[in-house]
Design a protein around this ligand. Structure first.
Ligand SMILES: Nc1nc2c(c(=O)[nH]1)N=C([C@H](O)[C@H](O)COP(=O)(O)OP(=O)(O)OP(=O)(O)O)CN2
Length: 119
């Protein structure tokens, strides 16, 4: 199995409800997002998934995210890194419907990462 990964960063603000119930002030992070797709076979050029096409899909999802994550449709939940990560996974799978996505990983702050995969 070949696993192809692309990553990018984007700036966005969010505010989440913290344990204790208070909603923190909105604040920004330079979020790092990493997307991995799996493929058993290579195409005629020896690619499992051509990097530029893969990054193009990621850039589309990033451009649709906007800079206020509290405006994302997350079933009324606050945009924790976990829910932002699943949102990216779902949107990337929509963009790449014929691809087997392995995982999406998002780093909110240095060393604070969440990874989401289907199972
Ligand atoms: N599992 C998670 N834990 C936390 C999340 C999260 O999304 N998933 N989010 C937060 C806060 O939103 C975020 O960490 C706050 O960051 P910041 O404003 O930078 O404040 P810090 O707590 O990092 O402390 P500073 O000293 O102000 O930088 C928390 N946990």
């Amino acid at each position: 199995m070949y696993k192809v990964t692309v990553e990018d960063t984007f700036y966005a603000e969010h505010a989440v409800k913290m344990p204790g119930g208070e909603i923190e002030p909105s604040h920004g992070h330079d979020w790092r997002v990493r997307v991995c797709a799996a493929a058993r076979e290579l195409d005629e050029y020896g690619f499992a998934f051509e990097f530029k096409d893969f990054r193009k899909a990621l850039n589309i999802v990033i451009s649709n995210i906007g800079q206020n994550l509290n405006e994302l449709e997350l079933n009324g939940q606050h945009p924790t890194t976990e829910l932002v990560c699943k949102h990216f996974y779902d949107k990337m799978q929509q963009e790449l419907s014929s691809v087997e996505l392995d995982y999406v990983e998002i780093e909110e702050e240095k060393g604070c990462l969440v990874r989401y995969s289907r199972d």
